[in-house]
Design a protein around this ligand. Structure first.
Ligand code: ADE
Length: 416
Protein backbone atom coordinates (compact mmCIF):
# COMPACT_ATOMS: atom_id res chain seq x y z
CA UNK A 1 0.00 0.00 0.00
CA UNK A 2 1.47 3.37 -0.97
CA UNK A 3 0.56 6.93 -0.23
CA UNK A 4 1.69 10.41 -1.26
CA UNK A 5 0.62 13.04 1.22
CA UNK A 6 1.99 16.30 2.61
CA UNK A 7 2.69 15.44 6.25
CA UNK A 8 1.83 12.35 8.29
CA UNK A 9 2.11 14.30 11.54
CA UNK A 10 -1.22 15.95 10.61
CA UNK A 11 -3.04 12.62 10.90
CA UNK A 12 -4.30 13.06 14.50
CA UNK A 13 -5.87 16.43 13.63
CA UNK A 14 -7.35 14.88 10.49
CA UNK A 15 -8.97 12.13 12.55
CA UNK A 16 -10.64 14.68 14.81
CA UNK A 17 -11.95 16.53 11.75
CA UNK A 18 -13.39 13.31 10.35
CA UNK A 19 -14.97 12.56 13.73
CA UNK A 20 -16.61 16.02 13.69
CA UNK A 21 -17.91 15.42 10.15
CA UNK A 22 -19.28 12.02 11.17
CA UNK A 23 -21.23 13.62 14.01
CA UNK A 24 -23.23 15.48 11.34
CA UNK A 25 -23.52 12.73 8.76
CA UNK A 26 -25.74 10.24 10.58
CA UNK A 27 -27.74 9.44 7.42
CA UNK A 28 -24.54 8.18 5.80
CA UNK A 29 -23.59 6.35 9.01
CA UNK A 30 -26.89 4.44 8.82
CA UNK A 31 -25.86 3.24 5.37
CA UNK A 32 -22.45 2.36 6.81
CA UNK A 33 -24.11 0.18 9.47
CA UNK A 34 -26.11 -1.68 6.82
CA UNK A 35 -23.04 -2.02 4.57
CA UNK A 36 -21.08 -3.53 7.49
CA UNK A 37 -23.69 -6.28 7.82
CA UNK A 38 -24.48 -6.89 4.16
CA UNK A 39 -21.03 -6.34 2.56
CA UNK A 40 -22.48 -5.22 -0.82
CA UNK A 41 -19.06 -4.09 -2.06
CA UNK A 42 -17.09 -7.11 -0.91
CA UNK A 43 -13.65 -7.19 -2.59
CA UNK A 44 -14.61 -4.49 -5.11
CA UNK A 45 -11.75 -2.12 -5.97
CA UNK A 46 -12.95 1.48 -5.99
CA UNK A 47 -10.81 4.30 -7.41
CA UNK A 48 -11.83 7.81 -6.49
CA UNK A 49 -10.95 11.31 -7.66
CA UNK A 50 -12.95 13.46 -5.23
CA UNK A 51 -12.14 16.51 -3.13
CA UNK A 52 -10.19 15.00 -0.24
CA UNK A 53 -12.14 16.53 2.64
CA UNK A 54 -13.30 15.37 6.05
CA UNK A 55 -16.68 14.52 4.48
CA UNK A 56 -15.11 12.47 1.69
CA UNK A 57 -13.18 10.54 4.35
CA UNK A 58 -16.55 9.56 5.88
CA UNK A 59 -17.57 8.22 2.46
CA UNK A 60 -14.28 6.31 2.13
CA UNK A 61 -14.81 4.68 5.52
CA UNK A 62 -18.38 3.77 4.51
CA UNK A 63 -17.29 2.08 1.28
CA UNK A 64 -14.57 0.20 3.16
CA UNK A 65 -17.16 -0.90 5.74
CA UNK A 66 -19.13 -2.31 2.78
CA UNK A 67 -16.18 -4.51 1.84
CA UNK A 68 -14.49 -2.32 -0.80
CA UNK A 69 -10.79 -1.59 -1.26
CA UNK A 70 -10.49 2.15 -1.86
CA UNK A 71 -7.76 4.26 -3.46
CA UNK A 72 -8.27 8.01 -3.54
CA UNK A 73 -6.82 11.15 -5.09
CA UNK A 74 -8.11 14.72 -5.28
CA UNK A 75 -10.12 16.26 -8.11
CA UNK A 76 -8.80 19.80 -7.82
CA UNK A 77 -5.26 21.06 -7.11
CA UNK A 78 -6.36 23.33 -4.25
CA UNK A 79 -9.08 21.41 -2.42
CA UNK A 80 -7.23 18.67 -0.53
CA UNK A 81 -7.32 18.95 3.26
CA UNK A 82 -3.83 17.68 4.11
CA UNK A 83 -4.75 16.58 7.63
CA UNK A 84 -7.56 14.42 6.27
CA UNK A 85 -5.28 12.89 3.62
CA UNK A 86 -2.81 12.02 6.39
CA UNK A 87 -5.53 10.48 8.55
CA UNK A 88 -6.71 8.27 5.68
CA UNK A 89 -3.13 7.22 4.88
CA UNK A 90 -2.50 6.35 8.54
CA UNK A 91 -5.60 4.13 8.45
CA UNK A 92 -4.03 2.21 5.56
CA UNK A 93 -6.05 3.72 2.69
CA UNK A 94 -4.12 4.22 -0.55
CA UNK A 95 -4.17 8.01 -0.85
CA UNK A 96 -2.32 10.28 -3.25
CA UNK A 97 -3.37 13.82 -2.47
CA UNK A 98 -1.76 17.10 -1.47
CA UNK A 99 -3.05 20.65 -1.39
CA UNK A 100 -1.33 22.78 -4.04
CA UNK A 101 -0.23 20.13 -6.55
CA UNK A 102 0.99 21.11 -10.02
CA UNK A 103 -0.97 19.93 -13.05
CA UNK A 104 1.74 17.32 -13.66
CA UNK A 105 1.46 15.90 -10.13
CA UNK A 106 -2.32 16.04 -10.36
CA UNK A 107 -2.25 13.63 -13.33
CA UNK A 108 0.52 11.50 -11.77
CA UNK A 109 -1.82 10.94 -8.82
CA UNK A 110 -4.73 10.08 -11.12
CA UNK A 111 -2.44 7.52 -12.77
CA UNK A 112 -1.62 6.04 -9.35
CA UNK A 113 -5.34 5.43 -8.83
CA UNK A 114 -5.63 3.88 -12.29
CA UNK A 115 -2.70 1.55 -11.43
CA UNK A 116 -4.89 0.02 -8.67
CA UNK A 117 -7.18 -1.26 -11.50
CA UNK A 118 -10.45 0.10 -10.10
CA UNK A 119 -13.64 -1.79 -10.90
CA UNK A 120 -15.72 1.23 -9.91
CA UNK A 121 -14.62 4.82 -10.48
CA UNK A 122 -15.97 7.76 -8.50
CA UNK A 123 -15.32 11.15 -10.01
CA UNK A 124 -16.04 14.80 -9.32
CA UNK A 125 -15.47 16.53 -12.65
CA UNK A 126 -14.84 13.43 -14.83
CA UNK A 127 -11.02 13.61 -14.95
CA UNK A 128 -10.59 9.97 -13.87
CA UNK A 129 -13.13 8.65 -16.40
CA UNK A 130 -11.71 10.78 -19.17
CA UNK A 131 -8.10 9.77 -18.40
CA UNK A 132 -9.05 6.05 -18.42
CA UNK A 133 -10.88 6.42 -21.75
CA UNK A 134 -8.11 8.48 -23.36
CA UNK A 135 -5.00 6.70 -22.12
CA UNK A 136 -5.87 3.40 -20.37
CA UNK A 137 -8.58 1.78 -22.53
CA UNK A 138 -7.27 -1.73 -21.71
CA UNK A 139 -8.67 -1.31 -18.21
CA UNK A 140 -12.23 -0.73 -19.44
CA UNK A 141 -13.39 -4.39 -19.79
CA UNK A 142 -12.78 -4.98 -16.06
CA UNK A 143 -14.68 -1.85 -14.98
CA UNK A 144 -18.21 -2.38 -13.65
CA UNK A 145 -19.13 1.29 -13.85
CA UNK A 146 -18.61 4.71 -12.38
CA UNK A 147 -20.38 7.46 -10.47
CA UNK A 148 -20.09 11.18 -11.16
CA UNK A 149 -20.65 13.82 -8.51
CA UNK A 150 -20.96 17.15 -10.28
CA UNK A 151 -22.72 19.09 -13.06
CA UNK A 152 -19.47 19.74 -14.95
CA UNK A 153 -18.70 16.01 -14.97
CA UNK A 154 -22.19 15.16 -16.19
CA UNK A 155 -21.84 17.64 -19.06
CA UNK A 156 -18.56 15.94 -20.04
CA UNK A 157 -20.19 12.49 -19.83
CA UNK A 158 -23.03 13.56 -22.13
CA UNK A 159 -20.42 14.91 -24.57
CA UNK A 160 -18.72 11.49 -24.44
CA UNK A 161 -22.02 9.74 -25.18
CA UNK A 162 -22.64 12.09 -28.11
CA UNK A 163 -19.19 11.22 -29.50
CA UNK A 164 -19.86 7.51 -28.94
CA UNK A 165 -16.82 7.55 -26.64
CA UNK A 166 -18.30 6.39 -23.30
CA UNK A 167 -17.40 2.73 -22.81
CA UNK A 168 -18.75 1.84 -19.37
CA UNK A 169 -21.95 2.62 -17.40
CA UNK A 170 -22.01 5.80 -15.34
CA UNK A 171 -24.40 6.86 -12.60
CA UNK A 172 -25.10 10.59 -12.57
CA UNK A 173 -25.20 11.03 -8.80
CA UNK A 174 -25.48 14.76 -9.43
CA UNK A 175 -28.92 14.23 -10.97
CA UNK A 176 -30.56 12.73 -7.87
CA UNK A 177 -32.87 15.33 -6.39
CA UNK A 178 -31.39 14.73 -2.94
CA UNK A 179 -28.01 15.69 -4.41
CA UNK A 180 -28.83 18.34 -6.97
CA UNK A 181 -31.41 20.28 -4.97
CA UNK A 182 -29.57 20.06 -1.66
CA UNK A 183 -25.83 20.06 -2.40
CA UNK A 184 -25.94 22.48 -5.33
CA UNK A 185 -28.51 24.91 -3.95
CA UNK A 186 -28.02 24.79 -0.20
CA UNK A 187 -24.39 23.62 -0.17
CA UNK A 188 -22.86 25.85 -2.84
CA UNK A 189 -25.07 28.73 -1.70
CA UNK A 190 -23.55 28.75 1.76
CA UNK A 191 -20.05 27.42 1.09
CA UNK A 192 -19.16 29.79 -1.74
CA UNK A 193 -20.10 32.77 0.43
CA UNK A 194 -18.12 31.12 3.25
CA UNK A 195 -15.06 30.95 0.94
CA UNK A 196 -15.40 34.59 -0.10
CA UNK A 197 -15.69 35.69 3.53
CA UNK A 198 -12.76 33.60 4.79
CA UNK A 199 -10.50 34.82 1.97
CA UNK A 200 -11.46 38.50 1.99
CA UNK A 201 -13.18 39.18 5.32
CA UNK A 202 -15.34 41.86 3.65
CA UNK A 203 -18.81 42.98 4.66
CA UNK A 204 -21.38 41.70 2.17
CA UNK A 205 -24.21 44.04 3.21
CA UNK A 206 -24.55 46.97 0.84
CA UNK A 207 -22.21 45.46 -1.79
CA UNK A 208 -23.27 44.89 -5.37
CA UNK A 209 -22.81 41.16 -5.75
CA UNK A 210 -22.81 39.77 -9.28
CA UNK A 211 -23.64 36.07 -9.71
CA UNK A 212 -22.97 34.61 -13.17
CA UNK A 213 -25.09 31.58 -13.89
CA UNK A 214 -28.51 30.90 -12.37
CA UNK A 215 -28.50 27.10 -12.15
CA UNK A 216 -29.05 25.49 -8.72
CA UNK A 217 -25.61 26.67 -7.52
CA UNK A 218 -26.05 30.24 -8.75
CA UNK A 219 -29.54 30.39 -7.28
CA UNK A 220 -28.21 29.31 -3.91
CA UNK A 221 -25.38 31.85 -3.95
CA UNK A 222 -27.68 34.68 -5.04
CA UNK A 223 -30.18 33.85 -2.30
CA UNK A 224 -27.47 33.73 0.40
CA UNK A 225 -25.88 36.99 -0.80
CA UNK A 226 -29.30 38.64 -0.72
CA UNK A 227 -29.83 37.24 2.79
CA UNK A 228 -26.62 39.00 3.82
CA UNK A 229 -28.14 42.23 2.45
CA UNK A 230 -26.17 42.49 -0.78
CA UNK A 231 -27.62 44.06 -3.87
CA UNK A 232 -27.63 41.09 -6.25
CA UNK A 233 -27.22 41.18 -10.03
CA UNK A 234 -27.50 37.99 -12.09
CA UNK A 235 -25.97 37.39 -15.53
CA UNK A 236 -27.35 34.40 -17.43
CA UNK A 237 -27.49 33.20 -21.06
CA UNK A 238 -30.51 30.88 -20.71
CA UNK A 239 -33.83 32.69 -21.25
CA UNK A 240 -35.83 30.68 -18.69
CA UNK A 241 -33.19 30.97 -15.99
CA UNK A 242 -32.84 34.69 -16.66
CA UNK A 243 -36.60 34.96 -16.24
CA UNK A 244 -36.46 33.03 -12.97
CA UNK A 245 -33.75 35.34 -11.68
CA UNK A 246 -35.84 38.37 -12.67
CA UNK A 247 -38.94 37.02 -10.88
CA UNK A 248 -36.83 36.11 -7.86
CA UNK A 249 -36.29 39.85 -7.59
CA UNK A 250 -32.75 40.20 -8.96
CA UNK A 251 -31.48 42.61 -11.61
CA UNK A 252 -30.58 40.66 -14.74
CA UNK A 253 -28.17 42.07 -17.32
CA UNK A 254 -25.19 41.10 -19.54
CA UNK A 255 -21.71 40.99 -17.99
CA UNK A 256 -20.73 44.00 -20.09
CA UNK A 257 -23.11 46.12 -17.96
CA UNK A 258 -22.68 44.23 -14.68
CA UNK A 259 -18.88 44.61 -14.85
CA UNK A 260 -19.18 48.35 -14.21
CA UNK A 261 -21.49 47.92 -11.21
CA UNK A 262 -20.20 44.95 -9.22
CA UNK A 263 -18.13 44.99 -6.03
CA UNK A 264 -17.96 41.19 -5.83
CA UNK A 265 -18.25 38.76 -8.76
CA UNK A 266 -18.96 35.05 -8.41
CA UNK A 267 -18.94 32.83 -11.51
CA UNK A 268 -20.83 29.57 -11.35
CA UNK A 269 -21.70 28.65 -14.92
CA UNK A 270 -19.58 25.61 -15.89
CA UNK A 271 -18.39 27.45 -19.00
CA UNK A 272 -15.16 29.30 -19.75
CA UNK A 273 -14.17 32.96 -19.85
CA UNK A 274 -17.28 34.43 -18.31
CA UNK A 275 -15.17 37.32 -16.98
CA UNK A 276 -12.75 38.52 -19.67
CA UNK A 277 -10.12 41.28 -19.84
CA UNK A 278 -12.58 43.75 -21.40
CA UNK A 279 -14.88 43.26 -18.38
CA UNK A 280 -11.99 43.59 -15.90
CA UNK A 281 -10.87 46.88 -17.45
CA UNK A 282 -14.38 48.25 -16.94
CA UNK A 283 -14.61 47.15 -13.29
CA UNK A 284 -14.51 49.42 -10.25
CA UNK A 285 -11.22 49.79 -8.42
CA UNK A 286 -11.11 47.09 -5.73
CA UNK A 287 -13.50 44.62 -7.38
CA UNK A 288 -13.25 41.08 -5.96
CA UNK A 289 -13.45 38.06 -8.28
CA UNK A 290 -14.25 34.50 -7.25
CA UNK A 291 -15.31 31.33 -9.02
CA UNK A 292 -17.50 28.52 -7.71
CA UNK A 293 -17.57 26.48 -10.94
CA UNK A 294 -15.63 23.21 -11.03
CA UNK A 295 -12.71 24.37 -13.22
CA UNK A 296 -10.60 27.51 -12.94
CA UNK A 297 -11.38 28.81 -16.39
CA UNK A 298 -14.54 30.84 -15.76
CA UNK A 299 -12.38 33.89 -15.07
CA UNK A 300 -9.78 34.52 -17.80
CA UNK A 301 -6.83 34.54 -15.41
CA UNK A 302 -4.19 34.40 -18.15
CA UNK A 303 -5.81 37.46 -19.73
CA UNK A 304 -5.77 39.19 -16.33
CA UNK A 305 -2.11 38.30 -15.77
CA UNK A 306 -1.09 39.67 -19.16
CA UNK A 307 -2.42 43.14 -18.37
CA UNK A 308 -1.47 43.53 -14.72
CA UNK A 309 1.08 43.17 -11.92
CA UNK A 310 0.35 40.54 -9.29
CA UNK A 311 0.99 40.61 -5.55
CA UNK A 312 -0.20 38.22 -2.86
CA UNK A 313 -2.04 40.13 -0.15
CA UNK A 314 -3.12 37.42 2.29
CA UNK A 315 -3.84 33.70 2.09
CA UNK A 316 -6.07 32.95 -0.90
CA UNK A 317 -6.16 36.55 -2.08
CA UNK A 318 -4.05 38.05 -4.90
CA UNK A 319 -4.06 41.68 -5.93
CA UNK A 320 -3.73 42.54 -9.63
CA UNK A 321 -2.88 46.14 -10.54
CA UNK A 322 -4.04 46.89 -14.08
CA UNK A 323 -2.36 49.21 -16.55
CA UNK A 324 -5.16 51.73 -15.86
CA UNK A 325 -4.09 51.77 -12.20
CA UNK A 326 -7.17 49.97 -10.88
CA UNK A 327 -6.77 47.00 -8.55
CA UNK A 328 -8.66 43.75 -8.87
CA UNK A 329 -8.57 41.01 -6.24
CA UNK A 330 -8.77 37.33 -7.17
CA UNK A 331 -9.69 34.73 -4.55
CA UNK A 332 -8.27 31.21 -4.40
CA UNK A 333 -6.47 31.55 -7.75
CA UNK A 334 -9.87 31.38 -9.43
CA UNK A 335 -10.31 27.78 -8.27
CA UNK A 336 -13.61 26.79 -6.75
CA UNK A 337 -13.82 29.25 -3.90
CA UNK A 338 -15.77 27.10 -1.46
CA UNK A 339 -13.07 24.42 -1.34
CA UNK A 340 -9.97 26.50 -2.09
CA UNK A 341 -10.77 29.18 0.50
CA UNK A 342 -13.06 27.33 2.92
CA UNK A 343 -13.95 23.70 3.68
CA UNK A 344 -16.52 23.03 0.94
CA UNK A 345 -20.10 22.19 1.73
CA UNK A 346 -21.05 21.51 5.33
CA UNK A 347 -20.99 17.87 6.41
CA UNK A 348 -24.79 17.68 6.74
CA UNK A 349 -25.17 18.50 3.04
CA UNK A 350 -22.39 16.12 1.97
CA UNK A 351 -24.10 13.35 3.93
CA UNK A 352 -26.88 13.38 1.31
CA UNK A 353 -24.47 13.58 -1.62
CA UNK A 354 -22.41 10.71 -0.28
CA UNK A 355 -25.43 8.56 0.61
CA UNK A 356 -26.14 8.82 -3.12
CA UNK A 357 -22.52 7.89 -3.94
CA UNK A 358 -22.59 4.84 -1.64
CA UNK A 359 -25.92 3.67 -3.00
CA UNK A 360 -24.67 4.27 -6.56
CA UNK A 361 -21.78 1.84 -5.94
CA UNK A 362 -24.19 -0.73 -4.53
CA UNK A 363 -26.53 -0.17 -7.51
CA UNK A 364 -23.68 -0.67 -10.00
CA UNK A 365 -22.64 -3.95 -8.38
CA UNK A 366 -26.22 -5.27 -8.13
CA UNK A 367 -27.03 -4.37 -11.76
CA UNK A 368 -23.67 -5.03 -13.36
CA UNK A 369 -25.02 -7.52 -15.87
CA UNK A 370 -27.82 -5.25 -17.05
CA UNK A 371 -26.18 -1.85 -17.41
CA UNK A 372 -24.88 -0.51 -20.73
CA UNK A 373 -22.31 2.19 -21.47
CA UNK A 374 -24.79 4.99 -20.79
CA UNK A 375 -25.41 7.67 -18.21
CA UNK A 376 -28.01 6.51 -15.65
CA UNK A 377 -29.88 8.37 -12.93
CA UNK A 378 -30.30 6.52 -9.66
CA UNK A 379 -33.87 5.14 -9.48
CA UNK A 380 -36.42 7.31 -7.64
CA UNK A 381 -36.77 4.81 -4.80
CA UNK A 382 -33.04 5.13 -4.06
CA UNK A 383 -33.31 8.93 -4.15
CA UNK A 384 -36.32 8.75 -1.79
CA UNK A 385 -34.42 6.42 0.55
CA UNK A 386 -31.79 9.15 0.89
CA UNK A 387 -34.51 11.71 1.74
CA UNK A 388 -36.06 9.33 4.30
CA UNK A 389 -32.69 8.61 5.93
CA UNK A 390 -31.84 12.31 6.12
CA UNK A 391 -35.24 13.14 7.66
CA UNK A 392 -34.81 10.42 10.24
CA UNK A 393 -31.23 11.57 10.95
CA UNK A 394 -32.62 15.02 11.75
CA UNK A 395 -35.59 13.57 13.63
CA UNK A 396 -38.03 15.35 11.31
CA UNK A 397 -41.30 13.48 10.82
CA UNK A 398 -43.18 13.88 7.57
CA UNK A 399 -46.93 13.41 7.29
CA UNK A 400 -48.59 10.33 5.73
CA UNK A 401 -51.54 9.97 3.35
CA UNK A 402 -54.83 8.58 4.68
CA UNK A 403 -56.32 5.60 2.84
CA UNK A 404 -58.98 7.91 1.39
CA UNK A 405 -56.30 10.29 0.06
CA UNK A 406 -54.28 7.47 -1.50
CA UNK A 407 -57.42 6.19 -3.23
CA UNK A 408 -58.31 9.71 -4.44
CA UNK A 409 -54.86 10.19 -5.99
CA UNK A 410 -55.17 7.01 -8.03
CA UNK A 411 -58.73 7.59 -9.24
CA UNK A 412 -60.08 9.85 -11.97
CA UNK A 413 -63.88 9.66 -11.39
CA UNK A 414 -64.14 12.19 -8.56
CA UNK A 415 -64.25 15.85 -9.76
CA UNK A 416 -66.14 19.06 -8.85
N1 ADE B 1 -17.84 19.36 -2.79
C1 ADE B 1 -18.28 20.46 -2.19
N2 ADE B 1 -18.06 20.42 -0.87
C2 ADE B 1 -17.43 19.25 -0.62
C3 ADE B 1 -16.95 18.65 0.56
N3 ADE B 1 -17.07 19.23 1.75
N4 ADE B 1 -16.38 17.45 0.44
C4 ADE B 1 -16.27 16.86 -0.78
N5 ADE B 1 -16.72 17.37 -1.92
C5 ADE B 1 -17.30 18.56 -1.84
Amino acid sequence: MTHTITDMSLAEQGKKQIEWAESQMSGLLKIRDRFKKEQPLKDIRIGMALHVTKETAVLVRTLIAGGAQVAITGCNPLSTQDDVAAALAQDGVEVHAKRGVSTEEYYQFIHKIIETKPQITIDDGCDLVSEIHLNFPDLIPSIIGGAEETTTGIIRLHAMVKDNALKYPMVAVNDSKTKHLMDNFIGTGQSSIDGILRASSILIAGKTFVVSGYGQCGKGAAARAEGLLANVIVTEVDAFRALQAHYDGFRVMPMEQAAKLGDVFLTVTGDKHIIRPEHMKAMKDGAILANAGHFNLEIDIKGLEKMSKKRNIRPNMDEYTLENGKKIFLLGEGRLVNLACAEGHPSEVMSMSFMNQSLACEYLVKNKDKLKAQVYKLPDDVDNTVAELQLSAMNVKKDTLTEEQTKYLSSWQEGT
